[in-house]
Design a protein around this ligand. Structure first.
Ligand SMILES: Cc1cc2nc3c(=O)[nH]c(=O)nc-3n(C[C@H](O)[C@H](O)[C@H](O)COP(=O)(O)OP(=O)(O)OC[C@H]3O[C@@H](n4cnc5c(N)ncnc54)[C@H](O)[C@@H]3O)c2cc1C
Length: 477
């Protein structure tokens, strides 16, 4: 079982994939795995900023095979199927396969979906008609998206750190500012957080804008200052972006901007959870391949009682993490078209998204570290696949909001929205342990405010473990 393919694990949870997706998985085993490895080993992708005549062009210079690998996902409809079938689950099912091989590559698809959904929900009709169909193409002409909120002073406290200013001039929104961590840089479209000129700092004064790569006159609408030299996820270019009199479109009502920004982030957090589980699955797969062939003290190392037990524990942890991530995805699938003010089910989704983002990323890092240990000295050598898995995993807890942010936001939705009550009602039929959800959250609510923050991670970790245990009973994989 430790050598299950991604599609085989999905099947255990009742997911039947069509033949196109299954042959996509075969392509990964045959070819994609090698392309992905080369892109990682290549290091930071070069940026060509100027053409030979000195014009700014800002091209991200991946090799041709990278683009083939990237577009393959769009071609089988990782984004398009969501709109065609009005169902997000194909995005997560295909994303599970992508992330098993390359967790960084799931990012371009994720931020593209996280751009397409707000366009679909909030853009004015003519903007939607102009841009959405391009994002749903299943060819190399597809337009990609990106989600740029973070600026140099920090990503956690957006209300205080976003200094990009939006101004309405001559019938157009014009943005000026910088984005410091801009993944999928080079994308044809991005959703961007900015403060409207004249409004004071504060999270409620942020709005969400759609930023095309080119201005109406054909010039570049944003510039890439440089590409970040990252520990991992090198299959997605992360850059610094300069906005100088950049043209943009307001999405939704300006006063609801922060809700729209959080909707975008929460979609990405679910994808991050699914990607984390796929990566830990891969780590176990690689640990198993080594442990079933490596000998010590007269037998294969996997046959020693200590390792045998650890494999069983890690596998069960993976199934629990999958249960949590997958359920969160299913709940998102029911609520993603909601707009503020949200239903109690939406608040339950927010709680699940924080628990899932927090916990799956944590257990993924631990599992990748363990897989490295199982591989012993071979595990730290960059010529083999395992050390990369640990590097990739280290990014998952940080982007889309750090573990601290997830724990604190989970506490907030418990305290302010009583989201745990809905969650309890939703889960109680599966296992008597769901009573613990009420007990943990009651304790959180009764604490002094400072302690709610001080112990947030401890309680949220316990809550996530409890919810994943209950969901594991629900799915019985
Ligand atoms: C590879 C990569 C790609 C990224 N791509 C994007 C992207 O495409 N778009 C985008 O918008 N962002 C992106 N980010 C940025 C990412 O979202 C931020 O790194 C993250 O939100 C944290 O912000 P920060 O790094 O500025 O840390 P800070 O916000 O400065 O926080 C520093 C530390 O303080 C902690 N902290 C902050 N507030 C509290 C508190 N109240 N209590 C306790 N601890 C606290 C944080 O948890 C963190 O540990 C990317 C990041 C990485 C690493």
């Amino acid at each position: 079982m430790y050598a299950l393919k991604p599609s085989e694990l999905l099947k255990k949870f009742g997911v039947e994939l069509d033949k196109d997706i299954l042959s996509y998985e075969d392509w990964w085993f045959d070819k994609g795995i090698k392309v992905s490895e080369s892109v990682d080993r290549m290091g930071t992708v070069p940026l060509r900023m100027f053409d030979r005549l000195g014009n700014r062009i800002d091209e991200v210079l991946y090799p041709e095979e990278y683009w083939e690998m990237l577009y393959k996902g769009y071609k089988i409809g990782i984004v398009a199927r969501v709109f065609e079938k009005k169902d997000i689950m194909p995005f997560f099912n295909i994303g599970y396969i992508v992330s098993f091989f390359d967790a960084g590559l799931y990012c371009p698809y994720t931020v593209s979906l996280s751009t397409a959904i707000p366009i679909h929900k909030y853009a004015e009709e003519d903007i939607k008609n102009r841009y959405l169909p391009k994002m749903l193409l299943q060819s190399e002409d597809v337009w990609q998206g990106a989600t740029w909120m973070t600026e140099v002073k920090g990503g956690s406290d957006l209300g205080n750190t976003v200094e990009t200013i939006a101004e309405y001039r001559n019938g157009k929104w014009i943005l000026n500012g910088e984005k410091y961590f801009a993944s999928n840089v080079g994308a044809e479209l991005a959703v961007v957080a900015a403060r409207i000129k004249g409004k004071p700092k504060g999270v409620k004064n942020l709005s969400l804008f759609l930023l095309p790569k080119y201005k109406e006159n054909g010039q570049l609408n944003y510039h890439i200052r440089r590409i970040k030299d990252k520990i991992g996820t090198r299959s997605v270019p992360t850059g610094e972006v300069e906005l100088k009199d950049s043209e943009a479109y307001l999405l939704g009502e300006e006063r609801f901007g922060i809700y729209l920004i959080l909707e975008v982030l929460n979609i990405s957090r679910v994808a991050n959870s699914v990607g984390s589980v796929a990566l830990m699955h891969r780590a176990i797969y690689e640990a198993y391949r080594f442990a079933s062939e490596r000998w010590a003290f007269g037998k294969r190392i996997i046959e020693h009682p200590l390792l045998k037990r650890q494999f069983e524990d890690k596998w069960e942890l993976t199934l629990k993490a999958f249960s949590l991530a997958y359920e969160t995805a299913q709940v998102l699938n029911r609520v993603y078209m909601q707009k503020p003010p949200y239903s109690p089910e939406y608040h339950m989704f927010r709680l699940l998204a924080h628990l899932s983002k927090y916990w799956t990323a944590e257990v993924c890092v631990q599992t990748c570290k363990w897989a490295m240990e199982v591989n012993g000295g071979m595990g730290v050598l960059s010529e083999y696949p395992v050390e990369r898995l640990l590097r990739e995993s280290m990014i998952l807890p940080i982007w889309e909001g750090t573990p601290h942010r997830q724990a604190l936001d989970a506490v907030e939705v418990i305290v302010k929205k009583d989201a745990h009550l809905f969650l309890y009602e939703y889960l109680r039929e599966y296992d008597s342990r769901s009573e613990d959800i009420l007990n943990i959250c009651r304790e959180i609510k009764e604490m002094p405010d400072e302690d709610k923050e001080k112990y947030a991670d401890i309680y949220i970790n316990e809550l996530a473990e409890t919810v994943s245990d209950v969901l594991y009973k629900k799915y019985k994989p």
